[in-house]
Write a protein that binds this ligand. Sequence first.
Ligand SMILES: C[S@@+](CC[C@H](N)C(=O)[O-])C[C@H]1O[C@@H](n2cnc3c(N)ncnc32)[C@H](O)[C@@H]1O
Length: 156
Amino acid sequence: MDQKTLSAYDRDAPAFAKAWEAQPVPSDVRALVRRFFTAGPTADIGCSGGRDTAWLNQNGFPAIGCDPSDGLLRKTRRLHPGIQFRKASLPELEGLADNSFVNVLCETIIMHLAPTVIVPSVRRLARRRGGRTKQQPTDRQSRTGLCVQPRRPSAT
Ligand SMILES: C[S@@+](CC[C@H](N)C(=O)[O-])C[C@H]1O[C@@H](n2cnc3c(N)ncnc32)[C@H](O)[C@@H]1O
């Protein structure tokens, strides 16, 4: 994310977090998560106010939330005290170990980046089970969202 955008998120973090928490429930994304994710460690990249991170934790996907904005992270930790939130940004995803997650959710954040840098970075995190990684776009029109799950060798 460019410095100008990051500064805007930092400066108005409470308002941004509140606005995103008040968005209509993304039932389409949640349906895709239920369909493609498997139980296990999950990363919610670009977690913002943490609403999806909390939902993942409540629905069988033990999740941490990551975001590059210190301001948002401060607010988000107060909103969801029982959940782990870390500072990390695509594509570096600093501090997150290789092969450490079963699922990676990047919802409404990939518009900030060139597509070519996103997939290798997310793949680095996703635990391999001998197969390829599957990317599931969550928004067919704007391609702003991406669910990722390691694919089993037998799957097509
Ligand atoms: C529009 S909000 C989406 C929040 C949440 N995922 C949702 O769907 O409600 C975008 C979030 O992505 C974060 N973000 C922007 N660029 C990022 C990057 N390169 N890596 C990780 N997060 C990023 C922003 O700080 C912001 O919290």
